[in-house]
Write a protein that binds this ligand. Structure first.
Ligand SMILES: C[S@@+](CC[C@H](N)C(=O)[O-])C[C@H]1O[C@@H](n2cnc3c(N)ncnc32)[C@H](O)[C@@H]1O
Length: 245
């Protein structure tokens, strides 16, 4: 089972307007990233290059994006043609990715949730390790590893519906439905527990693993009010993990 991003294409860009992405995911990602100026950055599962363009505009010296979907890379390259930033894109399956260079920072925003088996998850983590410069770090966004029905229900308060396709367990799947101006899209993600992520990371040589606390951009709180974010903050459906060797 997988999500075919060649079918989703440009609709994915519309999800960026949802409150959870705009004020929580993005806020937590950029806080975790810190100063990217002068850094070589590799974005795995880069989609249409949305994060990578922002990172390059913040001063990254080198920016490379990788995605398995030809359509998503085509969209990313079209943006690059329209507004050249010097970003390089490749169509690759990260689970089989060769070393593309030595990067100071690797971002992986919803890559690991597409690993269908622990072996695939470990292969993705090994590919990350093979592309990091000594002392480099990776920041990944995931569906929350300690997810419960309460976490899934909390997403609903931000307009995103997450339904388990089977009883929640390590390796089970969820369907995420995101309403968009042009209709809705459905994504299928795999749920991996914290223990499984950490086992895959340690098997790939990552011994420093930090789970960032959940946070919301003050601008999102100002716009929607504190009550709107209460359930999300109590049971966050997403998590940011940072790791290095
Ligand atoms: C939820 S989208 C996120 C896109 C981008 N990171 C962002 O946040 O805008 C997930 C992306 O993962 C890509 N993907 C899924 N499995 C992959 C794999 N094995 N290797 C590379 N990319 C993959 C999909 O094609 C899709 O573009």
């Amino acid at each position: 089972m997988t999500t075919d991003y060649n079918q989703i294409g440009a609709a994915f860009g519309e999800t960026k307007g949802t409150s959870m992405k705009l004020y929580a995911e993005r806020w937590m990602m950029f806080n975790a990233l810190g100063d990217v100026s002068g850094k070589a950055v590799l974005d795995l599962a880069c989609g249409d290059g949305d994060y990578l363009r922002a990172i390059k505009q913040l001063g990254a010296a080198r920016a490379v994006g990788v995605d398995i979907s030809e359509k998503m890379i085509e969209l990313a390259r079209a943006q690059e043609a329209q507004q050249p930033l010097g970003i390089e894109y490749h169509v690759r399956n990260v689970a089989q990715l060769e070393p593309l260079g030595e990067f100071d920072i690797i971002t992986a925003v919803y890559l690991l949730v597409y690993a269908a088996t622990e072996e695939e998850l470990t292969n993705m983590c090994r590919a990350i390790a093979a592309n990091l410069a000594p002392g480099g770090r990776c920041i990944a966004a995931l569906t929350h590893p300690d997810v419960t029905e309460e976490h899934l229900a909390a997403a609903q308060t931000t307009g995103v519906t997450i339904v388990p396709n089977e009883p929640i367990r390590n390796g089970s799947t969820i369907t995420i439905t995101i309403p968009l101006p042009s209709g809705e899209i459905q994504l299928l993600n795999y749920l991996w527990t914290r223990e499984t992520y950490e086992r895959a990371l340690k098997a790939s040589g990552f011994n420093t693993i930090h789970w960032h606390p959940v946070a919301v951009d003050p601008e999102g709180i100002r716009r929607f009010g504190a009550e709107y974010w209460q359930a999300f903050l109590a049971h966050p459906p997403i998590a940011i993990v940072e790791f290095q060797r």
